[in-house]
Design a protein around this ligand. Structure first.
Ligand code: PLP
Length: 481
């Protein structure tokens, strides 16, 4: 490596990124390109000789940026945000720059040890019981995604059961979630070999604001047992993707205990809010769970990607996922006094995510992390108040975090308003001025405004609301609906 040139070229990329952020509000938030647009702009074959960085950056500017949906735009209110931050970026630079592969302790002791320390820090920050921390004989690992965390925990639950009852029982095992549980649970079941028909999505309704009712889960399990099936794994969500619902952990934990199923808590989005004491009650009952995961890259200022997974019984993960090839034999692993993270995840290779999170936590400090969550929630409250003030609109579920779910009321009561709201959402998104997505609440189309972009300020909240009102007026005037 020519270190002089490395600094020079890196500073060019940094300048490019800084300019991108400076101008980010000028781009249409949702990309407006047509499918296949890039094929026409980029050669069919890779270059035989080096291209200069300037030419590459120019191509990023002219060919790639138009095809991006600008997730870091302050007018991005879609899905759940993917929080970037200066500290998250600097941490990511260290991770990419050092580029170590800490699959076992000896392959990079600091990578493993820092991860165990930071996982305990994070666990304490969201007030997890000691039993999920290394200091309490549990422990945590950083994965890339919630889906991976679910695959690993479901494999552990599956193998624990099959070891005792025989491998051919796999066709009988049932995985439970709700009709609002993230679809990655269903995918996880498929990957792990649970028959797709044994994915039991328990129906939710407006009576529980679309949260899982423990009694309904109990009934579902009883029904399945009566038909010869075996309940294995239940996923409860803190902050569902569609509507931000919170499944009640105390009741669900009791059901899980009664039926001997593995309870996983998916706190991908709202888990981050639990750094603030006033949100920690949503985790009441987590002591009854076997595992819990949360995506720091959604709402805690961590650039892509980092999903924290804590388990009470690390041995259950290791029993399922460990391999000891001769190639990796070493004294530290054999003494079993170290963590070998390859046995806590799917892949062998792994990134040094802990350094990114460590840098992020240290550069902001816990008080600023709390302020960050609170100010997003405050913005969401403001948006919610604007919706409430305009009688043409209605909130669909009570807001718990920084996600506001609303819809335009149809003038004509015979129609449920789904078509109207679909059109409203599309007209907002195709304007390029803001981007939101939708969810279904009991068959009704709902618009989601997910607040929490790092750059989003009060003026953006008022701006997007004005945009929505304007588009609604146009729609209602032109079509009289
Ligand atoms: N669970 C919830 C509640 C989510 O909101 C999401 C994504 O938005 C996921 C899981 C999927 O996360 P990942 O992409 O990390 O697998």
């Amino acid at each position: 490596m020519d270190t002089q040139n490395f600094v020079h070229e890196s500073s060019k990329v940094l300048e490019f990124i800084a300019n991108y952020y400076k101008n980010i509000e000028k781009y249409p938030v949702r990309s407006q390109v047509e499918p296949g647009y890039l094929q026409k702009l980029v050669p069919d074959n890779a270059p035989d000789f080096p291209d200069p960085l300037e030419a590459i950056l120019e191509d990023v500017r002219s060919k790639i940026l138009p095809g991006l949906t600008h997730w870091q735009s302050p007018n991005f209110f879609a899905y759940f945000q993917s929080n970037a931050s200066t500290a998250g970026f600097l941490g990511e630079m260290l991770c990419a720059g050092l580029n170590v592969v800490g699959f076992n302790w000896i392959s990079s002791p600091a990578a493993t040890e820092l991860e165990t320390i930071v996982m305990d820090w994070m666990g304490k920050l969201v007030n997890l019981p000691e039993t999920f921390l290394f200091s309490g004989n549990g422990g945590g690992v950083m994965h890339g995604s919630t889906c991976e965390a679910m695959v690993c925990t479901l494999v552990a639950a599956r193998d624990r059961f099959l070891k005792e009852h025989g491998a051919d029982m796999i066709t009988k095992l049932v995985v439970y979630g709700s009709d609002q549980t993230h679809f990655s649970l269903q995918k996880t079941g498929k990957i792990v070999g649970i028959p797709p028909e044994n994915f039991h999505a328990v129906a939710t309704s407006s009576s529980t604001f679309f949260a899982l009712a423990p009694n309904d889960v109990r009934m579902a399990m009883e029904e399945d047992l009566a038909s010869g099936l075996v309940p294995l794994y239940l996923c409860a969500t803190i902050g569902t993707t569609g509507l931000g619902a919170v499944d009640p952990l105390e009741g669900l934990g009791q059901v899980a205990r009664d039926y001997g199923v593995w309870l996983h808590v998916d706190a991908a989005y709202a888990g981050s809010a639990c750094v603030c004491p006033e949100f920690q009650h949503y985790l009441n009952g987590v002591e009854l769970a076997d595992s819990i995961s949360l995506n720091l890259h959604k709402w805690l200022l961590t650039n892509m990607e980092c999903c924290c997974l804590w388990v009470k019984y690390p041995g259950a993960l290791v029993d399922s996922l460990s391999t000891s090839p001769e190639l990796l034999r070493n004294v530290a692993s054999e003494t079993k006094v170290v963590v070998d993270y390859k046995d806590w995840q799917i892949a062998l290779s792994r990134r040094f995510r802990a350094i990114k999170v460590w840098v992020m936590i240290r550069m902001y400090g816990v008080n600023n992390l709390m302020d960050h969550i609170r100010s997003d929630v405050q913005l969401a409250k403001q948006f919610e108040a604007l919706v409430k003030e305009d009688k043409r609109f209605e909130l669909v579920v009570p807001r718990k975090f920084a996600l506001v779910c609303f819809r335009l009321r149809p003038k004509n009561n015979e129609e449920d308003g789904s078509k109207l709201n679909r059109e409203l959402l599309e007209s907002v998104n195709s304007s390029g001025q803001a981007y939101m997505t939708h969810a279904m609440a009991g068959g009704t189309f709902v618009i989601r405004c997910a607040i929490g972009g790092t750059l989003t300020e009060e003026r953006h909240i008022h701006g997007v609301w004005k945009l929505i009102q304007g588009k609604a007026e146009l729609l209602q005037n032109c079509c009289n609906i």
